[in-house]
Write a protein that binds this ligand. Sequence first.
Ligand SMILES: Cc1ncc(COP(=O)(O)O)c(C=O)c1O
Length: 304
Amino acid sequence: MTLPEFAYFNGKIVPWNDTKVHVFSPVAKYGIGIFEGIRGYWNPAEEQIYLFRLRDHLERYAFSQKAMRFDAGPSDGELTQALIDLCRANQFRTTVHIRMMAFIDEMGEMGATGPVGTAITALPRATTKQVSAGASAQISSWMRMPDNVMPARIKCNANYHNSRLAVMQAQRDGYDVALLLNSRGKLSEAPAMCVFMVRHGQLITPGATSDILESITRQTVMEIAEEYLGLKTVERDVDRTELILAEEVFYCGTGAEITPVTSVDRIAVGSGEPGGITRRLQHLYLDLVTGDSKDHPEWRTAIY
Ligand SMILES: Cc1ncc(COP(=O)(O)O)c(C=O)c1O
């Protein structure tokens, strides 16, 4: 991997390798950090990078810190400026994935609430091949952890151990992606993605109390499906067998964008090809994130 020249660390733009924490710090010992994954889309015609829904990411970042009882960190204005400065310092002229993390630094114990460090990295990120070809999904034998055990709603580093177990199982079993059920046996989400299906022409996704991260892409899909396709999303429990009955299944997230699921447990979803509603949502989404569509300017923050 070619690494960028600069990262942001505790108030400064620094060389990539100068972003260090001690091995005995709470973030290293217990994974006590929270983060956001934000995408910046390169628009070649405008020679511009647009950060997508930054305000919503900052809001979720603040919620995660509040829920984890972190001491106050940089303001939203300081974080926005840091993101802009970092992309400019690296002179990115491509689509990037930004990871912004607040973490407990120095030598505290498990209950430490500070000092809060801030690290931001940005790396070029291309679209996966599954976005066009579709993905094969496995219903994981790992369960999504419940809200009263490890709340998925908090975007906390340590949560990703649960996701990682499912990812490793799916990869070793030859699938592209894992879908996790929750403690009630209903569909929850995928590691780093939320899930939708189309059944009887209706767009359906597990509700916000299904042990999911309240995904910004999920919210965007619901908004654009209603606005442009006249499809109001139903948020309800989803049984695993409904994924086999569904005409279409897809997952979505900042990193995964909108990716069709073409099989579940090796059983074809619909015709086994990406579905028509999924394709239309992909096009609408791509036009909005890149700024090719001028609708929803409030969703885009320009870097240059
Ligand atoms: C567990 C989990 N679910 C869903 C998502 C998708 O969320 P978003 O659309 O806000 O990127 C993510 C992405 O980071 C995630 O980590």
